[in-house]
Structure formats: C-alpha cells, structure tokens
Design a protein around this ligand. Structure first.
Ligand code: ADP
Ligand code: MG
Length: 339
C-alpha cells in the first residue's frame, strides 16, 4: 500500500508512446449513450469494414439495449416491468433475463451489497430518472422503501425465462451493470467481424482486446489528483480483459459538508458513507466487472478486498484520508500495474 495522490481515471488509448514515426491513426467511433459517452477504437485492417456502417451498427445495438433495460425510457421492457406489480411469473426477453441473472449472481457473491432491486431507494435519494431534488429523505420513507428491496425477493426461472416480484413496489435498476453488458455486446460484434484489436469504452467501463496501434497492450492511465497537473500516476496494461470503475466523486450531492453519492447500500437504504473514493475491477466479462465494482464500493475496503481475493479477481481502490488519497490493491492486480 502506498500513499499517493490520485483520483481520476483517464483513458489515453494509444497516445502514451510512439510520438515519433507514428503509425496511421486507428479509427475512433464516438457518441452518446446511457447518459454518458461511448468510444470504440479498432484496428482497421479489413478494408470491407466501413467506419460509418460500423458506427450505425454499434448505435443500433446500443439503442436496442436501452429499449430493453433503461429506466430512463418510459416504455422500455424494464420500465414496463417496473410499472406493474407482478407476483405471478412474467416471461421476459432472453437478453434482459441474462443481465438480471448475472446481477443476481453478483448479489449472492456480495451478500446483497450489489442489488438490482435497489431502484426505489435510488429514486428516493434523487438519483433516478425522475429528476427529483437531491436531498436527505425522511427516515420513515427509507424504512418503508427498504421493504421493496432485496434480491431474494425477485425470483428468476431459467426454464421459462420468467421473473416474479414477491413484494409490491419493487423497482429494478440496471444502471450499475447495463454499461458493462453493452461493452460486452459491442466486443462480440467486433469479434464477429473478425476485428481482434480494439478498445471499447462506455463511460469508463471498458474492454481492451489484442494490441493498440503501437502494437502494444492497451494502456489505461490513472491520473494523479493534483488540481493543477494532470500527470499520470499509474498505467495499467489491459490484456484481453474488461475493466470497470465505480466512484463516489462524479455523481453525488453535498449537504452540510457531507457527500451523498449515487451508490446506495441496500442494507442501510442510504448512500455509502465510508472513505472509498473509487474501485476498479478487472474481469473477463465487462458486465461482471461493472457490477463487482459497485458491489465492492458498497462493501468497503476490507470486505471488498476479501471478496476480490475469494473470487480471484484483481481489484484496485482509492480511499480518502486526512493526508490525501491512498491506493490499495490485491496481489492479483499487481501484474497489471506498470511501475
Ligand atoms: P457509474 O454509473 O458511475 O458507472 P455504477 O456502475 O456504480 O456507477 O452504477 C451506479 C448506479 O447504480 C446508481 O446510479 C444507481 O442507479 C445504481 N445503484 C446504486 N446503488 C446500487 C447497488 N447497491 N446495487 C446495484 N445498483 C446500484
Ligand atoms: Mg457498476
């Protein structure tokens, strides 16, 4: 564990080296999705792949995912499920089932720290799709809505691809896993086009496969938290892997000097209140990395590190202290850190 000052993760793709004799730039397709940006950089060796067409395909894929699992689209499949109280099983799309099932897996692993049924509480604190005033809710409202939360209260049946909510008012929120899922889907699409060197990034959840345009592993930078410099403190080499980060420093409000972030601890019904500022997880699948990063942010340093070790997952964390930011990581992460 070392004391260093850092906070933000920045991506600088292939710009780290090779300033002289620069190879031709690889295409970078960018746009907006899920309330953030997306960016896809890839090796354009196949002349039959046209940037514009690929971009259209990616946007179509992202649109489809949003129409299935966004809580910001009123008539998405998920929003329609959230509008009804179903105690009888309802058949859902295979795609939605897959994401719910993976969400439930991470809930089990994290003992409920990650929980897609936490939506009512997310909304109560003003972090949901209805732009509510972000303020401290009444304790009684928190206690009442906690009754609607709990991954065990959502029953999934794989044989019939159906789900049943066993409490009324349950509101499903896939915001902490859908971006990772979308990254996985874009990766599959690129693979199907025989593209094997690429970096896909949706709001900081990403997959790097193969090499970058300098013929080296994709390099992801972690920036120092010095206000006047944007120096890179850490560089991570992503070897055919997904990486996701959850932090409390982007989406939060402050009240009487206290920070209230958009990550809710389902057990207290309140935003996490320990001193972890961010959690980065590496995994083969981006949807799991995404969900685990949120889970570990909720669990805190000790329990989070213990979970990561138990499931043999590389994890890197930044916590706040009086003297600045402190980094923590498990042994599995060490090999990805370039000294
Ligand atoms: P980001 O959107 O910054 O990448 P996350 O992946 O951690 O961050 O997702 C945070 C979002 O997930 C919140 O805005 C909320 O909608 C939802 N959420 C909050 N707490 C939890 C939780 N404990 N489990 C699952 N989802 C959560
Ligand atoms: Mg997440």
């Amino acid at each position: 564990m070392r004391h260093i000052y850092l906070i933000l993760i920045i991506l600088f793709y292939s710009s780290l080296s090779g300033c002289e004799n620069k190879p031709a730039q690889w295409p970078v397709l960018t746009g907006e999705t899920m309330g953030t940006y997306y960016s896809v950089s890839y090796n354009p060796t196949n002349p039959r792949i046209v940037d514009k067409r690929l971009r259209d395909q990616i946007e179509k894929l992202l649109d489809g995912i949003n129409r299935t699992m966004s809580t910001y689209i009123e008539d998405s499949e998920l929003s329609l499920l959230n509008q009804v109280n179903i105690d009888l099983p309802v058949t859902i799309s295979e795609e939605l089932f897959y994401v719910l099932q993976n969400g439930q897996k991470v809930s089990e692993l994290s003992n409920g720290a990650f929980d897609i049924t936490v939506g009512s509480l997310v909304n109560l604190w003003g972090f949901g799709p209805e732009f509510l005033q972000r303020q401290i809710p009444d304790e009684r409202d928190i206690e009442f809505l906690k009754l609607q939360v709990g991954y065990q209260k959502l029953i999934l049946n794989e044989n019939s691809l159906s789900i049943a909510k066993t409490v009324s008012g349950m509101y499903l929120d896939l915001s902490a896993i859908a971006k990772g899922y979308a990254v996985d889907r874009i990766a599959e699409h690129l693979q199907s086009l025989n593209i094997h060197d690429y970096l896909i990034d949706i709001g900081g959840e990403l997959i790097g496969k193969g090499n970058n345009q300098n013929n080296e592993l994709w390099q992801i930078g972690i920036e120092q938290a010095q206000p006047l410099s944007r120096k890179v403190q850490r560089i991570i080499s992503l070897k055919n892997m997904a990486m996701a980060t959850s932090g409390d420093y982007r989406n939060y409000f402050e009240y009487q000097g206290k920070r209230y972030s958009h990550t809710i601890d389902p057990r207290t019904g309140k935003p996490v209140s320990h001193n972890l500022a961010s959690v980065t997880v590496l995994h083969e699948k981006c949807l799991i990395a995404d969900a685990l990063a949120t889970a570990i942010l909720v669990m805190g340093k000790e329990n989070g590190l213990a979970l990561a070790d138990r499931i043999k997952t590389p994890v890197y964390m930044i916590s706040r202290s009086k003297n600045g930011f402190i980094e923590h990581y498990n042994d599995l992460f060490l090999q990805y850190l370039n000294e």
